[in-house]
Design a protein around this ligand. Structure first.
Ligand SMILES: [Zn+2]
Length: 512
């Protein structure tokens, strides 16, 4: 009788027990992760290596290869397994390195300029010196007046945006009120990045294409654009297909230097410049990812994968520190912590440092196409059902303040429990909102659980894609904390009885 009653009680309470135990976070492991990650961190060394030592990592460049080789070697040193540099996708732009950049105004007086060549544009024929032509074009018909006058000339394209004084602090953290706002299911007000350079409209873009064609046919030798503020040039790349004729040399000058010359020219003061740019185009037809693992140990679950990642490619001006060495070193450090603690995860924990993010999430999309979903038939590949979760970092150096659940309500009760040990680090906000613009979207887009953390802005908006995105932008204390939280999340995901549920599948929504 006594026995029966115990069994009955057990069965009666089992569902409740399972519910309360399902997110039974291993606090002794969280303690160890915090100790290892906060008191024995490798973040500063990893940061130095991937920024100062490796340098800029434009997709397809020599620096990109150097970064991949360094990451592979480091992962091997740290004892990760199945370490490899893996082809992800074809890269249409191909290889490009900047070998020399010099630009100065030589009249009405001498001043040298900080500038950055547009990626995948060509070289000057040695040093080019001459008067600048201001191309004052508001419509295609305005081009007529420049016919036959631009051969061999340096041409300045007027700035599309004007500089506005900002009264915002140079660096910032999210306030409690802002976090409260983010946690609500309304669209974010400002987007993920402050827009310091206003994006051109589609008409402006169309006109720019016409202007480029015109300048090419007229034989101009250098094009000067305005991009970046505070005398810090911002980098970008030309639309270019490997094998095409090399585009005319193009330079991005910060609004101050560009604006000075534009104002002089509009006041009819002749302006002369000396420019020497040397760029190298070479064969580099593939985007690569760098991958490593701590293999799973559970007989049934070891083929399931918990993935963590960040993109290793950067723009070529700075050293891609906040965007996105910060994400890469946090992910590497998270796995280093777990490896150092000799964890025996039930599922396999895999790190992926993606290539080609800046040109359209190439690395992570390539991974999805290779392992998870056939890009043509949309059919799931065998690894699809073994995919447990993906965690991404790509919002700069700021500390985690919570997580975006990408409209996946199933993730909320799980992450609530996982975040509890980090509330006193300021990381407790869960938002139903989507965050966009980077590699977790490659997984989210095919219905797999892919997440990014909410991060403090710090100096991200000013610095990303610019020559000031260097080691100095990294807040080491924040990155250490991020590695600890990431290590805990991936460990929890690797130990949990079941995978994090994906969003329910439904018919495509038809816009009314
Ligand atoms: Zn990025």
């Amino acid at each position: 009788m006594r026995k029966i009653s115990t069994a009955f009680m057990f069965l009666f309470f089992l569902p409740l027990w399972l519910m309360s135990q399902s997110e039974n976070v291993d606090l002794s492991m969280i303690y160890k992760i915090k100790q290892e990650g906060l008191k024995n961190s490798s973040i500063e060394d990893l940061a130095f290596r991937l920024t100062d030592f490796v340098g800029p990592r434009l997709t397809g460049s020599t620096g990109n290869n150097r970064g991949n080789e360094w990451a592979k070697k480091k992962m091997e040193e740290l004892g990760f397994q199945n370490v490899r540099i893996e082809a992800a996708r074809d890269f249409k732009n191909g290889g490009w390195d900047n070998l020399k950049t010099y630009a100065a105004m030589t009249a009405p007086y001498y001043v040298n300029f900080a500038c950055n060549p547009v990626a995948w544009t060509g070289s000057t024929n040695g040093s080019v010196k001459g008067e600048i032509v201001l191309l004052d074009v508001k419509a295609e018909s305005d081009l007529d007046k420049y016919k036959g006058k631009l051969s061999g000339k340096i041409v300045l394209i007027p700035s599309a945006s004007t500089y506005e004084v900002s009264y915002e602090p140079l660096a910032s953290r999210l306030t409690d009120a802002q976090l409260k706002d983010i946690s609500m299911a309304t669209p974010p007000s400002g987007g993920r990045r402050q827009n310091y350079d206003l994006a051109p409209t589609s008409e402006q873009r169309a006109l720019r294409t016409k202007i480029s064609e015109f300048l090419k046919s007229e034989g101009a030798v250098v094009i000067l654009n305005s991009s970046g503020t505070f005398n810090v040039p911002r980098s970008n790349g030309a639309k270019y297909n490997a094998g095409d004729k090399e585009p005319i040399t193009e330079l991005n000058l910060p609004v101050e230097d560009h604006g000075r010359m534009e104002r002089l020219l509009r006041h009819n003061v002749p302006v002369e410049m000396e420019v020497e740019i040397q760029n190298k185009f070479f064969d580099s037809p593939t985007v690569y990812n760098v991958i490593g693992e701590i293999p799973g140990t559970d007989k049934l679950l070891k083929n399931e994968v918990v993935l963590l990642g960040a993109h290793i490619d950067s723009w070529h001006g700075g050293t891609g520190a906040a965007d996105n060495a910060s994400g890469c070193i946090v992910m590497m450090e998270a796995l280093r912590i777990l490896k150092n603690l000799d964890v025996a995860p039930r599922r396999t924990i895999r790190i992926a440092l993606w290539g080609g993010e800046e040109q359209g999430l190439n690395g992570s999309r390539g991974y999805v196409e290779k392992y998870l979903v056939d890009p043509k038939t949309r059919e799931h590949k065998p690894d699809f059902d073994k995919f447990a979760a993906y965690f991404n970092m790509d919002n700069g150096s700021g500390k985690y303040r919570g997580i975006y659940i990408q409209e996946n309500e199933f993730a909320r009760p799980i992450f609530e429990e996982w975040l509890k040990p980090f509330e006193d680090m300021g990381c407790s906000t869960i938002t139903i909102r989507n965050t966009t613009g980077t590699d977790h979207l490659s997984f989210d887009a095919v219905g797999l659980p892919g997440f990014q953390f909410i991060q403090d802005e710090i100096e991200y908006g000013r610095g990303y894609h610019t020559t000031m995105d260097t080691f100095e932008r990294l807040v080491m204390a924040d990155l250490k904390q991020n590695a600890v939280i990431t290590a805990s999340f991936v460990y929890n995901a690797a130990m949990r009885n079941s995978k994090i549920p994906g969003k329910p599948v439904m018919k495509p929504l038809i816009k009314q």
